[in-house]
Design a protein around this ligand. Sequence first.
Ligand code: NAP
Ligand code: HSE
Length: 435
Amino acid sequence: MLGMGTVGTEVIRFMTENAESLAARIGAPLELRGVAVRDLTKDRGIDPELLTADPSTLVSREDVDVVVELMGGIDVPRPLLLEALSHGKSVVTANKALLAEYTDELAEAVDATGTDLYFEAAVAGAIPVIGPLRRSMAGDQVERVVGIVNGTTNYILSEMGSTGADYSETLAEASRLGYAEADPTADVEGYDAAAKAAILASIAFHSRVTAGDVYREGISRISPDDFESARDMDCTIKLLAICEKLRRADGTEAVSARVYPALLPNSHPLAAVGGAFNAVVVEAEAAGRLMFYGQGAGGAPTASAVLGDVVAAARNKVGAGRAPGDSTYAALPVASMDEILTRYHVRMRVADKPGVLALVAAEFSNHGVSIAQCRQTEVEASTGEDDEVQPSAELTVLTHRASERALADTVAALSDQGAVTDITSVIRLEGVDTE
Ligand code: NAP
Ligand code: HSE
């Protein structure tokens, strides 16, 4: 074991408590040979002789068959796992950050030595989604994977939706309750979800997608007003990881992987996923729509996924089997955001005077963006520079499907219009079948 923190401690606990049944499932006992940690002085409730601050020696020891990496980070575990694989050890890891950058390198090492690499816990904690994609759905054609794969942001958005509180207040509460980390950037800015999206897209579409290929927006700009608009539309707002296969005009295929907060109809199965829970919806040609739901983080839930992989890796050692390999035969290119067509909800503050609605509509039309709905609400009049009272209104426009480029050009053109005093928010609408 490399690491005995939140997840590692629970893995060792369950491994010890359930030793007999695990041995029966594997056909041989699981024996803990050593645990690499930084702090050797801390009492961890295990035989101190097992602890080491020298992970490199541990991963190459002859009496080790399976290396379980639960340290986190990239630079320290990367050479350790390559070393473990080169010595013929199977590897189990929960490290999405490492996998989303270096799967190629790890997969090459796995192929070179005929070992196994398992990583169920790297995406959505306890929820089995990697296994189903790699094994159960290996005969199907996956078209789309859409998930709520970050519990911290789902907790924040769910709270904002139910209490009406703003983002900063809710983030502070999430930190107080231990959902958000001291530095919440990776979660709230979507980096954690983007790493998971890269892993899901790679497996689902047999191609190589890295975290850097994933378009990413976080949730820090979502406001209580956005939730009010969402409620008016019978929607909620969720941070979605969307991975899908696109068919280009020339008939070729590409993969789109993106993470952003989006309006989602309350009738969509992901809309009901509240609190820190995660869920992933997979759409495939033959299976249709499948949904996986559960706890996406936490020591014990994540340990469940890790131990499932440990059992699989150990069974392979006993029975000379192998894990499903890393398949990238399709080698689909990654599509740019400009190739994506989606619907947008644009909220803006405008001067409430004759001709403004026509002017706004003209900018959408000039850029080829079709309006599906438009709504005007009176807001408190503002006072201009010359102390003249200017009546104001809020305009919300819901578009039909449009390209990212066309929408960005429309927003830029609207911002240049004097009658448009502020573009308050632009949020995509997902989960609707209509154009
Ligand atoms: P954690 O609580 O921070 O524990 C990390 C462990 O690794 C600690 O025992 C630490 O040793 C050890 N460690 C770190 N750097 C080391 C080094 N250079 N040499 C030796 N030991 C080192 O982390 P965690 O929350 O358990 O997460 C572990 C992995 O699981 C991460 O990749 C994370 O992304 C993933 N994951 C976590 C969750 C979750 O809910 N926590 C869910 C899904 C996936 P000390 O104890 O001595 O500090
Ligand atoms: N920080 C992650 C989350 C958990 O909030 O879902 C680990 O993947």
